[in-house]
Design a protein around this ligand. Sequence first.
Ligand code: PLP
Length: 529
Amino acid sequence: MSQNAAIRMAPLSSRPLASRAMSEDANHALFMPRNADVYRQGMQRCIELVQRKLTETGQPFSGILPSEMQRRFEGLDLNHRLDDLDAVLAEVERLYLDDAVYFHHPRYVAHLNCPITLASILAEAIATPINTAVETWDQSAGGTFIEQALIDWTVRRIGLGDDADGVFTSGGTQSNLMALLIARDHRCAALDGHQNREHGLPADAARLRIFASEASHVSLQKAAALLGLGHRAVVPIPCDDRYRMDTGALARALAESRQAGTIPMAVVATAGTTDFGSIDPLADIAALCRQHGVWLHIDAAYGGGLLTSPRHRHWLAGIEQADSVSVDYHKSFFQPVSCSAFMVAERQRLGYVTHHADYLNPAGRHDDAPPDLVDKSLQTTRRLDALKLWMTLRLLGPDALGELFDRVIALTRETYDLLRTAPDIEVITAPQLTTLVFRYRPRGHDLDDASLDALNAHIRQALSRHGEAVVAATRVRGRRYLKFTLLNPETGIDDLATIVERLQAHGADFLTRDDAAPPRRHDLAAAFS
Ligand SMILES: *Cc1c(COP(=O)(O)O)cnc(C)c1O
């Protein structure tokens, strides 16, 4: 494929200015007025390359193994440059694009990666060259107000109230870390005025507890470890049969916590669990949190897309009662990585992450000091990720985004019916958002759990090796399952039917073969025509 690409490149003599200029001379290296033509032509080359890959890539993945990829990187010497931009692009195509995982492909159904809006790509084409750093007004100006306007828009959609505020983050992981950091410091301050930021953790910190459902995201454990509380500070609350937090169990756990002398620091409710797309009973959990005086964080990293949904917004009822909320625009708002936000109901709470530097945002400033977003962020230098969402909203409007998410929700229900009625497939539960967890379990074979695990692991690997579809895997009650995460509104039920047929075929094949290793890459295009 890369050889073909090289052949398609223009001959040396007629190569455009960009290709020659970018390599010949350090004077043409930078984004500068005198290089405006070099810039435009270079961008054009990149757009043409991506456009070609977009139209010629027939599969979501090539099936390459890490060991095969590793071999391509052997012998590369990064101390010696290539001849020109054409050579660099040919190498990028060979080392990256030929074997990239294409999220826009209808048979990519693995993780919470979405196809992205064209408007958001155009925004990246503006934000990257201008290279605004949004942390302070003096580096950002209008960028600061664009981000702030989107935070204000999101908190209004949530209904967090007039005092709410927030900041863009790198993702749900950072947002959840901020939530638990603020909840921790807020709780410690209430103990005896202890200021963690100045003094570190008090002795009582070992007694702090975080309550989250068994199906909550692993970033909560990660945050607890980073915050000096340890994984064990996160108390797993059992779920009901549809993987929503059991609020009776939460009520008991909160009561037991007090009796045991531990200190409830936060409850994390998930609006869209990563594996099951389940939404915890937000309003009931909010009532319990009020009763116990505990911080309520709602992790809507995935389910946040419902904020724009014309049909299903009411599934988030209760989210407006949160003390803090995480939303990943790079999941259900069809934005490129990274684009995400963290919000609190009381803006003053963001003060727990404020640190002053004389050179950046000096202390002791007055009310008319410029708005410096760094005051409420864990990061310092930070991209204008907000421009993507801004241009998407200004060009498409929120309803169009919500329509796209609604379409995927409808497709997931259709796919559930497909799986339920397909032979030899066992589905865990009816979908809520856009995930389905299931396994291949052939009738007429008396397979134990370990054999079923091996069979399903094989199926996933075989699909990936052939590049015909990319599906995810997870464990439920210790056993291996396959997972579809649907986020592509252009995927059709036919695509899913084909994937199901292929995975049944790989499963049946495995049972009749001694050698279980998946075969070398085949061209299975025929199977999909
Ligand atoms: C994806 C996800 C996260 C983590 O978000 P990143 O953007 O990957 O850091 C947190 N919580 C839930 C429920 C998620 O689905």
